[in-house]
Design a protein around this ligand. Structure first.
Ligand SMILES: [Zn+2]
Length: 86
């Protein structure tokens, strides 16, 4: 009987470790241009798992931070052209 309880405990622990490892791996994966676009437009929901992964990844990846900044620069240029038309 104790062996079954111990086995269930070990299986539960392994499942928890796998879940944490999966989360870490997904946070390390670079975000897509589509996700950056959605974030920049403010259409990513703050309680969404994608949003949380996006923020967690931006905190550790300089490459994606630079990509987000380049999105902002493109938009600044767009604003500049728009303001010239008026
Ligand atoms: Zn990245």
């Amino acid at each position: 009987m104790i062996q079954i309880v111990l086995l269930a405990f070990i299986a539960g622990s392994i499942a928890a470790v796998i879940k944490v490892v999966r989360q870490i791996v997904s946070e390390r994966k670079c975000v897509t241009d589509y996700e950056i676009g959605k974030f920049y437009k403010g259409t990513l929901k703050h309680d969404d798992a994608i949003y949380r992964r996006f923020i967690a990844h931006l905190g550790i990846c300089e490459k994606c931070q630079t990509r987000l900044h380049s999105f902002q620069k493109v938009d600044d240029v767009g604003d500049h052209f728009l303001s010239k038309e008026h």
